[in-house]
Design a protein around this ligand. Structure first.
Ligand code: 5GP
Length: 120
């Protein structure tokens, strides 16, 4: 079942400044911040500022400009974290089977060490 956007989700609160976060990068369309429970030396989350639950929602409803800004932004943040030479991993958990916990689209950036093989 597709959920409507919930303005009380934790990343909406972070975007509104209602709960603190460690900012890495911000522009008019995206916000990037350190994950509170890092799984690698670099573990950053990148989110669009728009109200999108998941990847499906985003790619269906966002403008081409918003999508380009988000995807370019993810690359920019990875470069800012010094990950481009050795490589890194991007991950988006989507919906129930994807084990998405926060219902505001986010891409994880993992890096800073040799990562293991991807889970199924
Ligand atoms: P997912 O929805 O992709 O399963 O993961 C949500 C991610 O958000 C988790 O890695 C979790 O550690 C992170 N997270 C949850 N709550 C907060 C928070 O309040 N602040 C920050 N910075 N990260 C959070």
């Amino acid at each position: 079942p597709k959920l409507p956007y919930d303005d009380n989700n934790i990343f909406a609160k972070i975007l509104r400044g209602e709960i603190p976060s460690k900012k890495v990068y911000e522009d008019d369309g995206i916000y990037a911040f350190h994950d509170i429970n890092p799984q690698a030396p670099v573990h950053v989350l990148v989110i669009p500022k728009g109200r999108y639950v998941s990847w499906m929602d985003f790619t269906e409803k966002a403008s081409d400009g918003e999508i380009a800004q988000f995807i370019r932004g993810v690359g920019k943040v990875a470069a800012m974290m010094g990950l481009t030479d050795d490589g890194y991993r991007l991950l988006a958990n989507i919906g129930q089977h994807g084990h998405q916990e926060v219902p505001h689209l986010h891409v994880h950036i993992f890096g800073g060490r040799q990562l293991g093989a991807m889970l199924p």
